[in-house]
Design a protein around this ligand. Sequence first.
Ligand SMILES: Cc1cc2nc3c(=O)[nH]c(=O)nc-3n(C[C@H](O)[C@H](O)[C@H](O)COP(=O)(O)OP(=O)(O)OC[C@H]3O[C@@H](n4cnc5c(N)ncnc54)[C@H](O)[C@@H]3O)c2cc1C
Length: 587
Amino acid sequence: MTYRAPVADIAFTLKHGTGLAPTLSQAGDFGADDVDAVLQEAGRFASDVIAPLNALGDRHGTPFKDGTVTMPPGWKEAYRAWAAAGWNAVSAPAEWGGQALPHALNAACIEMWNSASMAFGIGPVLTMGAAEALAAHGTNDLKRRYLGKLVSGEWMGTMELTEPQAGSDVGALRTKAERSADGSYRLTGQKIFITYGEHDLTENIVHFVLARLPDAPPGTRGISLFLIPKFLVNKDGSLGPRNDLRAHSIEHKLGIHASPTCTMIYGDNGGAVGFLVGEENRGLACMFTMMNLARLAVGLQGVGIAERATQQALQYARERKQGRAASARDAGPSPIVEHPDVRRMLMTMRALTRAARAICYATAGAIDASRSSGEAAEAANARAALLTPVAKAFSTDIGIEVASLGVQVHGGMGFIEETGAAQHLRDARIAAIYEGTNGIQAVDLVMRKLPLGGGAVVRGYLDELRATAKAVQAANDPAFGMTGARLAEAIDSLDRATTWLLGKIDAAPQSALAGATPYLRLFGNAAGGCMLADEALAALRLADGEPAARVAIARFFAENIAVQAGGLERAVIDGADAVNAADAALA
Ligand SMILES: Cc1cc2nc3c(=O)[nH]c(=O)nc-3n(C[C@H](O)[C@H](O)[C@H](O)COP(=O)(O)OP(=O)(O)OC[C@H]3O[C@@H](n4cnc5c(N)ncnc54)[C@H](O)[C@@H]3O)c2cc1C
């Protein structure tokens, strides 16, 4: 089954959640109609051009021979048409050929590219991040030579941190950079697991590589960022000689088979020519410009794959007949969608997907708001910092869960490759691992984000969530069932777990770290539940956006998913000791 972009749903969440509402409320030349027009066109491209390549890419993979990677049939044409239509440049700066539209709108597009094909969607995400980092930290000369082509998508970019001994521990990297007399650098070393490190989609590939100078301090404070083009670029913009770098091999993976994952070798012949981006030894800060956006984009991969899996499971459940449902009026077998247990699976899929979407778009909206200046921008920056690990980890965790439920809804056919349900599960699995594993995201949330503003940032957010729960209760609409009360309980759990963690971060970091993953899930459950309720309230107020469906989804989430908050709270507060006392069990 193919994918139909849910443009109306996406538009509603964007316009009535915190993703785009603040932007749209400011007078300007960009309005709700423009949002609809962009989403319609992106949805058409994703559904009609990219989605049909997904299964083919999975089967074909990216054959590697003599240092070159051949993308699956049709991918080059699709990529070039996609870039020519301006999709790589949606939120890039106008000065370099971008359309300077809000990140939240680009986030919605990124979701659709990834629903259509995760293996397709991940390449541009890295190019967009590379363009961001170069725009923010590059010299004028570097920008003139590279930025326009990265913004247009004529060339693609990579992001290269990982080495065999340096995964989560980026500070352990060893790739070496030496200063050259002409002001450039010579790089030698090996990077592994590099997404789109080599391919034939574009004429040039611009690698953004973290490396260490000979006199650099140890650890993360001694890392610098270098731009290393596959082909050097002459002053007039034409391509010069091939640089001293090559793809050594590609990985054979569980999923995203059409995304080439390469081992890259730098400096076989004296050193690859690299150019410093930002300052020496300040590379990690520059890379973070890319990484925060990339983390959000990977969260959107989770949303994208969950949406596609849900669509497919729903269609199958309407067609497949087995047994007679308890509610059936007709004799004979019923479509499985009528069996309550299947409905539970489908509702779980839909509700988790919508909640993750709302969290990701809200994060993108906070990133947009942080780009202005003044106090409001600072607050938005803190909000984006708080939500980014949740957007990444919650959304990719639910991506896997939803894709797995998708297989389950298909029964035995789900385990058979031809339905495509299995591919979604295989593809979804990586998103919880790359761009900082979800465990690392949880640690980031607890150890670095909760203490922001002495805890005031997270407390301010909890107050907003509480206001939503109260608004649902005040609406006094029986269709909401117990939504208001269940959300209030989930927020209380989140509040208590937050207070407990804030007290442990310095006093007993082992305990705080042990609770990080259940805390992140608790945060996602409470925040996602409130966002769905906000959307339902907006739909009722506007009599638009399918209010009955939105209320039903918000209610299902509150009564079936948000209620897990109590258990998660206990795992955070009471479970830490059991985690850390487990030496004997792990012997
Ligand atoms: C298909 C694919 C594409 C990739 N693309 C890129 C790319 O384009 N560029 C790039 O640079 N890298 C890329 N990566 C690498 C990816 O980012 C790393 O695999 C990831 O960061 C985890 O590092 P690792 O594999 O070394 O795992 P490890 O760091 O060894 O982690 C193993 C486990 O230990 C946990 N762990 C480790 N340290 C801690 C800690 N301090 N606290 C708590 N838990 C911890 C992790 O959460 C994980 O569960 C890619 C990987 C794959 C598989």
